[in-house]
Ligand binder design. Structure first.
Ligand code: FES
Length: 138
């Protein structure tokens, strides 16, 4: 915990110093997702070469946990294969951040969905079938 805040030091670190913020002009895939309840929006850009995510950037218009989870997910998938990226869950992102308060878990769902949305866009742009099921997150 960090002082009186219910956030781990890792969450605070990624919130105050987010990694991979920005956009990729010639992205291989772009995903944009939002949460209808809180109104937060996350946009993720992927650069994919030979099935490897060689670059990833994001823009998040949202709460601190949304910024921290976006930042963490970009760190987790950069340099990884698409297959490895597809295995990343919102729980894994939250765990990598040292945990999130229960009421902030939906923010990590947004990060997972943004990544999956960008991967879906990549498949569509390649003219390939999309091997991704909607997981039915709330
Ligand atoms: Fe909306 Fe965190 S409160 S994503």
């Amino acid at each position: 915990m960090t002082g009186q805040l219910p956030y781990s030091e890792k969450v605070m670190d990624h919130f105050t110093n987010p990694r991979n913020v920005g956009e990729i002009v010639d992205a291989s895939g772009v995903g944009i997702v939002g949460n209808a309840i809180c109104g937060d929006v996350m946009k993720m850009y992927l650069k994919i070469e030979n099935n490897i995510i060689v670059d990833i950037k994001f823009k998040t218009f949202g709460c601190g946990a949304a910024v921290a989870t976006s930042s963490m997910v970009t760190e987790m998938v950069k340099g990884k294969s698409i297959a490895e990226a597809l295995k990343i869950t919102n729980q894994a992102v939250a765990e990598a951040l040292g945990g999130l308060p229960i009421i902030k878990m939906h923010c990590s769902v947004l990060a997972e969905e943004a990544l999956r949305s960008a991967l879906k866009d990549y498949y569509k742009k390649q003219g390939l079938p999309v091997p991704l099921e909607d997981k039915g997150h709330e």
